[in-house]
Design a protein around this ligand. Structure first.
Ligand code: C5P
Length: 308
């Protein structure tokens, strides 16, 4: 068994979906996905310190409220370990947030991933990356990707991952409109739109091969051409403020813009930071968004920053 620790600090990245193909729903209520995740350098940093019981404190750089009760994904990750291994150990958790809250960027999943990695070390469980990823997938479909990071293809419900080769760095403006969207509701609306159009979603959707070529060749124009989100129409229908953000970003010269995951954050692909700042200024002055962040992809998955 590895030694237990007194304090461990781990960070895990937020993500965007460069493409998100959604297929049929299975008997557990999950949709078949074919997605390309990219981790960006906005991080959730979790410090876990030994304590008698469990506690949680949050310090956030981004606006919005996150739940601090037992529905919080960091606390659920801790509870999963305590139940699974019949532990009485406790921990004081502190989360430093950079990923927009409930924005479709996997901030909660990053919290769960970082907490599992931190508590595995703190409590000396020695789970290893496979064990951690498997437990993570029980907390949410995006949790294993927050552990893996970089750029990866996600199949099944999003948790079956294959790393994708990339060349170079990509700059993103993340435009955060007010309001929030519930992931299950966006998927439900997707089903309704498909049904009303008489479409039967594919059993297993496919990835656009050109997107993989764009990533491996560092071709930003081709990447812009292949950004795609099957959930976008559903997100637009549920959040009237979203479509104007995507349109305005493109009018201001972005290479492309799309809703990230189930939204409402809009991921805007740009040529560099200067362009990101000028588009952000335009969106802010038109009062289309509450805040804007600049990020780069891809970024590493959950990693230990300190332990003592
Ligand atoms: O896995 P996660 O907890 O993030 O998913 C939240 C909800 O989003 C699920 O309960 C489900 O309603 C929906 N979802 C889905 N298909 C997926 C992933 C999520 O329908 N592949």
């Amino acid at each position: 068994m590895p030694p237990a620790r007194r304090r461990v600090v781990v960070r895990a990245p937020g993500k965007i979906n460069l493409s998100l193909g959604v297929g049929a729903v299975d008997d557990r209520g999950y949709h078949a996905l074919a997605t390309v995740f990219q981790a960006v350098d906005l991080y959730e940093t979790i410090s876990a310190t030994r304590a008698d019981g469990m506690s949680l404190e949050v310090h956030s750089e981004v606006p919005g409220e996150m739940p601090l009760d037992e529905s919080n994904l960091a606390l659920r990750a801790a509870e999963l370990l305590r139940t699974e291994f019949d532990l009485r150990d406790g921990a004081a958790l502190h989360i430093h947030k950079q990923v927009p809250i409930a924005g479709g960027m996997g901030g909660g999943s990053a919290d769960a991933a970082a907490t599992l990695v931190a508590l595995d070390r703190l409590w000396g469980l020695g789970l290893g990356s496979d064990g951690l990823r498997q437990l993570g997938s029980r907390l949410g479909a995006d949790v294993p990707f927050a552990m893996l990071g970089h750029t990866a293809l996600g199949r099944g419900n999003g948790a079956d991952l294959t790393t994708v080769l990339t060349h170079g760095e990509w700059t993103w403006l993340l435009a955060v409109p007010g309001g929030h969207l519930s992931t299950p509701e966006v998927f439900r609306r997707f089903d309704e739109i498909a049904a009303s159009g008489g479409r039967t979603p594919a059993t297993q959707p496919t990835i656009d091969e050109r997107q993989l070529q764009a990533l491996s060749g560092g071709n930003v124009e081709l990447l812009a051409d292949t950004l795609h989100n099957d959930l976008q129409a559903a997100a637009f229908a549920l959040h009237p403020g979203l479509e104007p953000v995507v349109e305005a970003a493109e009018q201001h010269g972005a290479l492309a813009a799309l809703v990230s995951g189930s939204g409402p954050t809009v991921a805007v692909l740009v040529e560099g930071e200067a362009q990101a700042r000028s588009i952000a200024a335009g969106l802010m002055s038109e009062a289309l968004v509450e805040s804007c962040l600049v990020a780069r992809g891809s970024a590493p998955g959950a990693s230990v920053l300190e332990e003592e």
